[in-house]
Design a protein around this ligand. Structure first.
Ligand SMILES: [Zn+2]
Length: 126
């Protein structure tokens, strides 16, 4: 399952990070940037996270997703920034992956990632 392997990759990365930078306390939430183009079920991801973290120091922590809009770079005119959306004003807007300035081919530079950006930790006292 897609979400399962994503959760696994997050956990792997976080485990490596914590080995080098241990935290004093219980991790209550893991903050993650999720690119707009990365299609996943947040429920399935949370469920995979729950299963994978069971029995680890991350058990009971929540994943908090922060959506990252698409950003492109244009090879023709050098534009770099957000894209236009089709169906704006609708419930669901679809990013158009072309240069909004010259309509040339644009390379996606942001919007496909799933990356950990921070942790919430309950400090242990005493
Ligand atoms: Zn352009």
């Amino acid at each position: 399952m897609h979400e399962y392997s994503l959760a696994h990759a997050l956990l792997d990365g976080l485990t490596d990070h914590l080995r080098e930078h241990p935290v004093a306390g219980r991790i209550t939430a893991v903050h993650v940037r999720k690119g707009e183009l990365l299609i996943l079920s947040e429920e399935a991801l949370a469920e995979a996270w729950r299963i994978l973290t069971a029995g680890t120091p991350l058990a009971g922590s929540a994943l908090r997703l922060e959506k990252v809009p698409v950003k492109v770079r244009c090879g023709s005119c050098g534009y770099e920034g957000p894209v236009k959306y089709a169906g704006e004003g609708w419930h669901f807007a679809v990013p158009i992956l072309a240069c909004p300035r010259c309509e040339g081919r644009a390379e996606v530079i942001e919007g496909r990632e799933l990356a950990i950006i921070g942790l919430s930790v309950d400090e242990v006292t005493g």
